[in-house]
Structure formats: C-alpha cells, structure tokens
Write a protein that binds this ligand. Structure first.
Ligand code: SF4
Ligand code: SF4
Ligand code: FES
Length: 244
C-alpha cells in the first residue's frame, strides 16, 4: 500500500513515498501502523507522536488527505497523504506544537472558591464533555481559531507561515477551549461567579464567530454544536434558545 508522508525539517516540507508491507491480504492497517513501519524501514528519524494507541490520549492526530484524523484509529488507504495538522505550527515532521492551546485558559478562571460537596451530581452533559481526549481535530476550519492567522480565510486554515508563536499564546479561541469553558460551567463544584467568568472568557475568545458558523466537528464524536456552542451562545445572548 503506497502512501505519501510529508516531512518538515526547519520549516522545509518534503514528501516521501512509502510502500507499506501488509502482514497478509486481510490486514487493514491504521495510519499509525504505517508511520511506525516507515520509521523502522526507511525514515529512521521520522518524527511523530503517539501514546495510548487506543484513542485515549489524543496526541497522534495528523492530517490525512487534508483532514485531521486520530492516527491510531484511522484506517490507511492506498494513496493517502499524511501530513502534520494544518491548524498548529509544526515542530518537526508530523509533530505539532500543542502548548499554546492547552495554556489558553490557564489562570483565567482562578480565584473562585469551590465548595467540596461531593453529593452534588454533575449533569449528564458534563460527563459527555469529559470524553474529550484533547486531540485538537476540532480546530480544523474553525473561523475563530482562524483569527489567530494573519490574513487567513475563515474555513481555510492551512497557511502554516502565518501561525503565531504558541509561546506567546493564542489571542482567539477554538472549539476545545469552548468545551473546557462549558464543562467548567456545568461543574456543580464551581460557583455562579465562576460560571459568569467562563461566559465572559468565551466571549473574549471570540464566541461571536460561532453565530454564523455551521459548527465544529469532534474527532471522537462529541456533539459540540448542541452541547457546547449552543448553550454558550444562548447564555451570552448571542443566539436565542432553540425552540424545537
Ligand atoms: S462553531 Fe465556533 S468554535 Fe465551532 S468551528 Fe465554528 S467558530 Fe469554531
Ligand atoms: S472536542 Fe473532540 S476534536 Fe476537540 S480536542 Fe476534544 S476530542 Fe478532540
Ligand atoms: S495514540 Fe493515543 S489517541 Fe492515538
């Protein structure tokens, strides 16, 4: 099975054609299997990330034919083009810098007392949002995240040369940041003032971008539109509650 792997060294992209050896005719390898064999057989210094190999840790996300996919759970197909996710700066080959996203909310909601009443049940939607594995696949084509790119076209986040330095932080948010804020709002251990701070933070990260957006797609199937975006928009008054 022939695939193309896009490498990136010091900002210079190259492509490597790799022919994956199947163990038998029935094997349907995952993209991560292909990368592991490519590293073993022909590109020993190929850089990519993986952890759990079971769709739990989220670090193996790569673009396959231009769409973000979780490499340990995406079947490889003849002719696939495997590259680093386009929405984050490349560190090397298929490894992107994840630091700016994870840090975006740090310290911004602090200072709110949490009462440690373990008898308070969290609502079902809170538990649904804990399924997030931080794979960042949802950043793909997000118009809010696109605001971090100078001169980018909403819906076409693909020009890596305009990515800001994550060390300086991202000015604008993304579906993952909003999920964290909505989860914070649903956490019964947080106070009303904390809930309000979460809405204000969502607004300052660019929640208005969601009003006209058709919605974001989660790599593991969380209903971001219904469980994250709509409640935030409705609470902030940017959109009326759905009547259906
Ligand atoms: S709904 Fe909002 S967070 Fe989701 S992709 Fe659109 S702009 Fe981004
Ligand atoms: S919301 Fe979904 S796509 Fe986004 S980081 Fe979490 S698991 Fe990945
Ligand atoms: S290696 Fe953990 S999700 Fe793929």
């Amino acid at each position: 099975m022939k695939v193309t792997i896009v490498t990136n060294r010091n900002g210079t992209e190259s492509t490597v054609e790799f022919d994956y050896r199947k163990r038998d005719d029935k094997e349907r390898p995952m993209v991560l299997d292909v990368l592991l064999q490519a590293q073993l057989d022909s590109i020993p210094d190929l850089a990519f990330r993986y952890g759990c190999r079971a769709r739990n840790c989220g670090v193996c996300t790569v673009d396959i034919n231009g769409k973000p996919r979780i490499a340990c759970r995406a079947r490889a197909r003849e002719g696939d083009r495997i590259s680093a996710v386009a929405t984050l700066p490349v560190a090397s080959d298929l490894v992107v810098r994840r630091d700016g996203i994870a840090r975006q909310l740090h310290g911004k909601l602090g200072g709110h007392p949490r009462h440690n009443d373990l008898n308070v049940e969290a609502p079902d939607d809170y538990h649904a949002l804990t399924a997030c594995i931080e794979c960042y696949a949802c950043l793909d084509k997000c118009p809010m995240h696109a605001r971090n790119f100078n001169g980018s076209v909403p819906g076409e986040v693909n020009d890596k040369t305009t990515l800001p330095d994550p060390a300086e932080g991202y000015r604008w948010g993304n579906p993952f940041s909003l999920l964290k804020l909505q989860r914070y709002r649903l956490d019964p251990l947080n106070t009303e003032s904390g809930h309000q701070a979460a809405i204000k933070l969502a607004e300052s990260l660019g929640l208005d971008a969601c009003v006209e957006c058709p919605g974001c797609k989660c790599g593991v199937g969380i209903d971001l539109k219904r469980k994250v975006i709509s409640p935030l928009l409705e609470t902030s008054g940017l959109k009326s509650p759905a009547t259906d």
